[in-house]
Design a protein around this ligand. Sequence first.
Ligand code: ATP
Ligand code: BTN
Length: 244
Amino acid sequence: TILRYESLPSTNTEAANQARRGAPEGLCIVARVQTRGRGRQGRTWASPPGAGLYFSIVLRPRIEARWWPLLSLLGALASRDALREACALVADIKWPNDLLVEERKIGGVLAEVIETELGRACILGIGLNLRDGALPPEIRATATSVERVSGEAPNTETVLQALVRAIADWYGALHAPAGPERICREWEASSSYAFNRRVRATVGSETIEGLTRGLELDGALRLETEDGRIERIYSADIVSLRGV
Ligand code: ATP
Ligand code: BTN
């Protein structure tokens, strides 16, 4: 089921409220505009009317707790597939949740875990910039849109259908034997950040610099530091990750 709204504070907040009241797995919430779109770490996600796809889905995964961090990576994979199928665009994935085209951010994924009367649920939120015009000036330099990079504004509905299909496919894969392995390997193949990329990660108040060495099966990014140690960093803890 896809519920469409003209305006919401945040599709993630609305999906979470409905999930708490018992909404079934697969319920999708879409808004034409968000007045309080959210990113990671309480940041703001600019969501001007009609400029993007603002989407959230209620998931009730039947997988071990240790695999739940993979849901955010699954969201990034599905977004990449949707941009390829609906817009003929190849997006890079920056760990953990950014979609980049020409090194600028075209989309983002926000996975939130909540408790509901039917047990624990994940609200998987995805924002994709489809049109450029209405993006606020302060993010023009770091953000981009499908319209800007391909010269053509896509049909929002076509992107939405491709996204829902891709989420269903990857979600099925996650529940199949060796699911976590498949998600991680596919993610590694889709991200220029997966291997041999020098990055600086801010984790809490600590900074870790190192070369990326792929993913652990639970979705942690492996960083090899100067002294040869492997540090594992988790998306929930990370404040920022930059290439250096
Ligand atoms: P990281 O350090 O992981 O790169 P980030 O700067 O990408 O972090 P996120 O929390 O992943 O931060 O995303 C939120 C940020 O994205 C905002 O602080 C803002 O700079 C930028 N942003 C907000 N809205 C949009 C948008 N519609 N398109 C692209 N970028 C946006
Ligand atoms: C990020 O890059 O920090 C993640 C951005 C996620 C934005 C989407 S838009 C739909 C859903 N509702 C929200 O409030 N956030 C997510």
